[in-house]
Design a protein around this ligand. Structure first.
Ligand code: SF4
Ligand code: SF4
Length: 154
């Protein structure tokens, strides 16, 4: 049995209201980066937590506070969410810091089946810019309903 946890990007989950539904859907179906568990009888999701937020250049080690909240429960693998791998400039740094602190832990760089990274970054720019759209969130990205600035002008 695999005991896993997911670390997400707080820009996506907190500011953009993503409830991690796509990550969890692919986990249930053993798709994307969860395919590695296709021969496991059970995948136990121990927890999900977002990163500790930007900026972290001064103290990237603060990510360990978040990871500790999961690692204390004997997880075998920690998945960085797709959004984190697509957006975060600290992925490699986080990976190194976490791996040094938890050498037995398998770190998996992804969750659901990867989307087009450039398109996802463009969508996130739309969501995170507070002067453009105030009422859209991650669900609009997931269902392909995101209104763009140039469309509104047209
Ligand atoms: S970009 Fe990186 S540090 Fe910033 S919120 Fe996302 S995962 Fe956290
Ligand atoms: S990878 Fe996608 S579904 Fe998972 S937390 Fe990030 S934005 Fe949400």
């Amino acid at each position: 049995m695999a005991r896993i946890a997911i670390l997400t990007c707080s820009n996506c989950t907190q500011e953009s209201n993503c409830a991690s539904v796509v990550c969890l859907g692919d986990m249930r179906k053993r798709k994307g980066f969860f395919e590695r568990y296709k021969n496991e009888d059970k995948v136990d999701l121990i927890g999900i937590i977002s990163c500790s937020g930007c900026p972290t250049l001064a103290a990237p080690e603060k990510i360990l506070k978040r990871v500790r909240a999961l690692a204390n429960y004997r997880i075998n693998a920690l998945h960085f969410s797709f959004c984190m791998t697509a957006l975060c400039p600290f992925v490699k740094k986080y990976q190194k810091i976490i791996q040094e602190a938890y050498p037995e832990l398998t770190i998996v760089l992804g969750t659901h089946t990867p989307k087009d990274r450039e398109a996802f970054r463009r969508d996130m720019k739309e969501l995170l810019c507070p002067t453009v759209h105030k009422v859209q969130d991650m669900n609009d990205v997931i269902i392909g309903n995101l209104r763009r600035t140039d469309e509104q002008k047209g």
